[in-house]
Design a protein around this ligand. Sequence first.
Ligand SMILES: Cc1cc2nc3c(=O)[nH]c(=O)nc-3n(C[C@H](O)[C@H](O)[C@H](O)COP(=O)(O)OP(=O)(O)OC[C@H]3O[C@@H](n4cnc5c(N)ncnc54)[C@H](O)[C@@H]3O)c2cc1C
Length: 495
Amino acid sequence: METTSSGVIPAPFSAGYRSILQSIGGDGAVKSDYVVELNAADFDAVLEETPATYAIVEFFANWCPACRNYKPHYEKVAKLFNGADAVHPGIILMTRVDCAVQVNTNLCDKFSVGHYPMLLWGPHSKFVSGSWDPEKNTSEIRSINDARTADQLLNWINKQINSSYSLDDEKYEHEHLHANASDLGQIARAIYDVEEATFTAFDIILEHKMIKSENRASLIKFFQLLVVHHPSRRCRKGTAEILVDFDDFAAKKETAVVGEQGAFRNFKICGKDVPRGNWMFCRGSKNETRGFSCGLWVLLHSLSVRVDDGESHLAFTTICDFIRSFFICEECRQHFSEMCSSVSNPFKKSRDFILWLWNTHNKVNERLMKEEASAGTADPKFPKIIWPPSQLCPSCYLRKTIKNDRILNSKINWDYDEVYKFLIGYYGERLETLHKEESILPEDEDEELIVVVPIEAAALAIAIVSCLFGAVACYWRRRQKFLKHKYYLHSLKSI
Ligand SMILES: Cc1cc2nc3c(=O)[nH]c(=O)nc-3n(C[C@H](O)[C@H](O)[C@H](O)COP(=O)(O)OP(=O)(O)OC[C@H]3O[C@@H](n4cnc5c(N)ncnc54)[C@H](O)[C@@H]3O)c2cc1C
């Protein structure tokens, strides 16, 4: 990363957390600087947006010899927690601020920096617009003393969070994989991956100009599903905003379709600075493995556990249509489409839909186990398994048959009630928005629902589908339409 020692604020300070994180060890280009250097301009934004639970800020001065000597120690610890190669990502963001740079003077004063280097620790949000005074113990921010070496600093951290990290920890050791597979808490971090997958899906659709007149309704239906059931509130909000513009497009000629995609290009579907980069739950041990397709699966499962019985078949067809039209992996969409087509009776219960998606995913896993083994393309640290493994859900198994060290899906006697309960808990409660956001609903939330829909038949159908997915989508759409005063003539009541 560019330093601020010259007194110049780094150029891309407004680029957000994603680009900052990607610049540290993300592409293998910069391997020595894992610490995120902050300045007065980006301090609050980066510390607010970080998915890490805690932050450490080292206040230093570029002229200070002790700081220079301390740097390798601090970097050694940061390597464990920061950047794409982190062994323990998403726990602690390690940062530094150069107090010798004039622009940072006020910031350093607010944190009562009296010597260099000085280290402060706290929940990341406490640093935002924060201050620290050694005389007052009211703040959750604490000074780190006795951390002159990397070992001492890591010991101090281990005591704070009751961990046993070591400087020798290696990325994705087998034990780590095991802990990952059996640690129920890991899924909470997938909220960031689900946001990133949503962003990436939208980005791919636009980049490849995939919206055509024949699949536009499929995309709108999928967005309507997201508006109501996406686990991240900011993705629900962003998707609702897109939906409103889709109505404008519906009134335009087909030739405008390419232009539509251009108009959306700069839109951040899950809000500004989302996603954060560096897949958390879905991070592979190689750049080309896991990531988006893992995030997409997690998104689909998290949607499935949020729909009601009455919406379950619509959600099923919506997901099938979306994958058919917009998943840019030909083999994947073909296989998935075949499995969709094999469903002959409409789903009446969300339980059946949830279990169908889980079973379908396991069929893909089972097939890929063999393919990846013969082609040697598996992520060595994340081999495909029939899921959930017994460490994650022992009660899901009535009896299991193990063949060639692999549990084969077809040979397992699942306890489907337990699997269902497990999926609801795992992708429901555990995978929730972790970050603070403003509500997407306007204050007068309990106003009577009067749905105003566009005049055109296709748009009318879209609005009805939207209502089937739930009152929130209807409500959102109605509010936006009143604001826009365009194209909308009939209320649903009069249909
Ligand atoms: C709809 C779809 C179809 C695909 N079809 C193909 C294909 O035909 N060929 C191909 O090569 N790749 C396909 N892929 C990609 C492939 O399935 C994996 O996503 C990719 O190989 C990355 O695997 P992963 O190890 O990250 O785990 P993934 O299989 O992506 O799973 C992500 C996470 O979901 C959880 N999980 C695993 N299994 C289940 C389950 N049964 N139910 C609920 N949760 C589960 C686990 O926590 C796992 O880490 C498809 C992806 C999608 C989204």
